[in-house]
Design a protein around this ligand. Structure first.
Ligand code: URA
Length: 274
């Protein structure tokens, strides 16, 4: 604090912290605030004035600029070199290409039983998952567990769970397209190595990233589409995200129909496991 800075009384300070938390600011990245616009302006002022060449993105925002293409190439190389799930986890621990790693508490790699017939893939960890290190352990995870239990599935016995992005985005925002593209080679390899008989994508971002569908989730959910794991082609089913169902409980009937569709497919499809 500078000598002239006014101090806040404890009540006002607490109200301010509550205001930030309600606005979704639940993470302090640095002790001191940054004037990002001022930093960018200073860089631009130093840059030589060459009207034919506009300033490059990296020069304007060096801290935020991510060489996404390079990171995707690194991710592809690292993911492909992992020969089993523990090696893939170690590769992710060593990967520095996704900036979310810097703000997350820890890597949230998977939950459940690897090698299960069913693999579920969500979007990204939230605050509870970030704290505990396991996907879908918060409120939406508890609803997911109840949905699975209704068709005889459970993370302790017969499902494997992961996310497209394994680090929590600050404030639980949706991961950006660049963040998902950077993490995509890892989740694709995770699916290939886990080798499920059926893939279930949870929510729109997982559906769009893995199934390549641009339609809305309400249109696409509930239908099987062919998914190439890299090892074989399996059926994939998109369903609604439990956090969406907590906000829109009137849509739980759709999710229940999807669970019954999944149960019927499991019964009809020969098991690749013994
Ligand atoms: N939402 C997700 O998509 N994944 C989690 O692990 C938790 C909440």
């Amino acid at each position: 604090m500078t000598p002239n800075e006014p101090t806040l009384d404890p009540e006002t300070a607490a109200a301010l912290v509550r205001f930030y938390a309600d606005a979704g600011v639940d993470l302090a990245l640095d002790d001191e605030p940054h004037d990002r616009l001022g930093e960018a302006r200073a860089i631009l002022e130093k840059a030589p004035a060459t009207p034919s060449e506009p300033p490059r993105l990296e020069a304007v925002a060096p801290a935020a600029a991510v060489n996404a293409d390079g990171a995707v190439q690194d991710a592809k190389r690292l993911a492909a070199s992992a020969q089993d799930l523990p090696a893939l986890k170690a590769a992710l621990e060593a990967f520095e290409g996704c900036m979310l790693k810097r703000t997350a508490t820890q890597l949230v790699f998977s939950a459940g039983v690897p090698g299960s017939r069913v693999m579920l893939v969500g979007e990204a960890p939230g605050a509870d998952e970030d704290r505990i290190g396991e996907p879908f352990v918060g409120r939406s995870g508890q609803l997911l567990d109840r949905m699975l239990a209704a068709i005889g599935l459970s993370r302790t016995e017969n499902v494997f769970i992961a996310n497209v992005v394994p680090w929590r985005p600050p404030g639980n925002r949706t991961p950006t397209l660049a963040e998902m593209a950077i993490c995509e080679p890892f989740i694709r390899r995770q699916i290939e190595l886990a080798d499920p008989d059926i893939l279930v994508t949870i929510g729109a971002p997982a559906m769009q990233t893995l199934l390549g569908l641009k339609d809305g989730i309400l249109r696409v959910r509930g239908k099987f589409i062919a998914f190439n794991t890299g090892k074989r082609t399996i059926p994939a089913l998109a369903t609604l995200h439990p956090s969406y169902l907590l906000r829109r409980p009137e849509h739980k009937a759709f999710a229940w129909r999807d669970m019954k569709t999944l149960r019927a497919k499991l019964a009809e499809l020969p098991s690749s496991k013994n």
